[in-house]
Design a protein around this ligand. Structure first.
Ligand SMILES: [Zn+2]
Length: 530
């Protein structure tokens, strides 16, 4: 191809804004952009994954159905080898089917709540007086025991507000929706010795020493206490502004170990707390239907491929997690990541690329419960640097996106700086879309998202960093995480950038360079944090 019209190549090279890009690559770049801008399917994919199949809790029938639909859809685009790959989740599936929440005395009004996952339903309507269990701050185990003992006779037959009302001040300095260019450039600058600081949590606890008991330990003790002493229902304060609710799960995954539990929006929790503080009796009413699915102990990752040609035994993977939390339809976390990766692969198929290497899309489950599905897949297929299976040698890289709707601004690549340089070159033609480059990481810690399951094994996980838009402030894990919060222009930009990166990785002569064995960091100790 390069020699076909050498004079034209020379001309194009002279006028091309980006040195180093061959004419073939420039043609592909143009075609990728045209395909996405003229025939994008990304919002349709998002619509079906969220509106039709959301929420998609791990182990639930709707997550499995979403995976089956995605495979059918990719097959209709010409992909091959679509399959659900099972792994052992070890917990039953769980679904919330109905929730009504009301205050019935001294006033009548509807309340805004979400149930906690893997808690039981109410088995009919429960109406009971409210009781506020004003838990001590930062208790030691002995202090908590003494406090709970003193409240033993108060909770029987009651709906218990677990904890004091959280004061959420009005925020006068809302964070920016896009990251400033210079900051993103610093983060993905290969020559910046401090590049690694980005993405680490800044701020946080400050100078305060860690509390004597963790929040999850206190939660577990309170759950045991409420079950043992006959409380009807537990109510937690969402503790966020503007009616946002984040509802995670009963961490034991055992419905017998918790009473029916909801997370109430901060405004309703505050209202009830203030009326109780007046000395007025408050009566609440809930109706919750939750369902368990024993077959959910087996969960599934959804896989489909575009087979390679002369290097078909080598594989470039890309994906995101298909599972979500249950209080919304999981649009920004992470149906849009799945739709973006499906779209990136679809673009290459649609413009007639025959990849040299096999392209494999993977939509994970169990991410929200601890990056479980991707870790199970990596273990099954690749093993780890320390215990390599035959497929270990065949994986070029795994590309992942999982930080909401914001466009990809850069990539973090597990491996040597030369690997990051290749990704940087692949992204270079898309500076107009806001992407600035790629930097290398050698962290093998599992955490955050599925690319770290690959990093942990010593494989080239590639994680895209994105503009925040409303992710951390509004949608991440909240009841507001819906289709409406996705910015089409941004997610199309990400799909274009990732399609071009995927093309380079599938076509280039060499695989992505790996860390030499002598430079592979030791495996970190497994973390027990969720
Ligand atoms: Zn996520």
């Amino acid at each position: 191809m390069m020699t076909r019209v050498s004079t034209l190549v020379a001309l194009v090279a002279l006028v091309a804004p980006l040195a180093g890009q061959s004419r073939t690559d420039a043609e592909i770049t143009t075609k990728i952009r045209q395909e996405e801008n003229a025939h994008s399917k990304i919002m349709h994919t998002l619509h079906v994954l969220t509106d039709v199949y959301g929420p998609r809790v791990t182990g639930s029938p709707s997550l499995k159905a979403a995976g089956e639909w995605a495979i059918t859809e990719m097959t209709s685009w010409g992909f091959s080898n679509g399959r659900l790959e099972p792994w052992d989740f070890g917990h039953p599936g769980w679904v919330n089917e109905r929730l009504t929440a009301h205050i019935v005395a001294p006033v009548k009004d509807a309340l805004v709540a979400e149930v906690l996952a893997w808690t039981p339903g109410t088995n009919g309507v429960v109406a009971a007086p409210a009781y506020q269990l004003s838990l001590p701050e930062r208790p030691t185990p002995a202090e908590l025991t003494a406090f709970l003992d003193s409240a033993k006779d108060q909770v029987k037959g009651r709906i218990v507000l677990a904890g004091k009302h959280v004061f959420v001040p009005v925020n006068f300095e809302p964070p920016a929706k896009r990251r400033p260019d210079d900051q993103v450039r610093q983060q993905y600058d290969p020559n910046n010795p401090n590049a690694g600081q980005f993405g680490r949590g800044r701020g946080g606890r400050g100078d305060q020493p860690p509390p004597p008991m963790t929040a999850s330990e206190i939660n577990r003790r309170v759950d045991e206490f409420l079950v043992a002493n006959g409380a009807r229902l537990r109510v937690n304060d969402a503790g966020r502004e503007h009616g946002q609710i984040i509802a995670f799960n009963n961490r034991t995954y055992d419905l017998a170990k918790a009473v029916p539990t909801v997370v109430l929006r901060n405004e309703d929790y505050g209202r009830i707390s203030r009326i109780l503080a007046d000395g007025t009796r408050v009566e609440l009413e809930f109706d919750i239907v939750n369902k368990e699915y024993p077959e959910g102990r087996t969960a599934y990752n959804a896989i489909a491929e575009i087979p390679g040609s002369d290097k078909k035994d080598e594989v470039v993977m890309l994906g995101g997690h298909l599972d979500s939390w249950h209080s919304a339809t999981g649009a920004t976390d992470n149906a849009i990541g799945c739709a973006t990766m499906m779209e990136a692969a679809r673009i290459l198929k649609a413009i007639g690329v025959t990849p040299r290497r096999t392209i494999r899309v993977a939509l994970w489950s169990g991410e929200e419960e601890g990056i479980l599905g991707s870790q199970a897949y990596v273990k099954e297929h690749f093993g780890s640097f320390e215990q390599q299976k035959p497929e270990y040698a065949t994986l070029v890289a795994y590309l992942n996106i999982d930080s909401g709707t914001g466009r990809a601004r850069g990539a973090s690549v597990f491996g040597p700086p030369s690997a990051a340089a290749i990704i940087r070159d692949a992204l270079a033609p898309f500076a107009d879309l806001g992407v600035v480059g790629a930097s290398a990481t050698t962290s093998r810690n599992v955490g955050g998202t599925d690319s770290t399951a690959f990093n942990n094994a010593g494989l080239a996980g590639i994680g895209f960093g994105q503009d925040p838009i409303e992710y951390n402030t509004h949608t991440h894990h909240t009841n507001l995480d819906t289709y409406e919060r996705v910015v089409e222009d941004d997610v199309r930009a990400s799909a274009i950038e990732i399609a071009a990166t995927l093309y380079q990785l599938a076509m280039r002569e060499e695989m992505l360079p790996r860390l030499p064995a002598t430079q592979m960091p030791p495996l970190p100790k497994p973390s027990t944090a969720q």
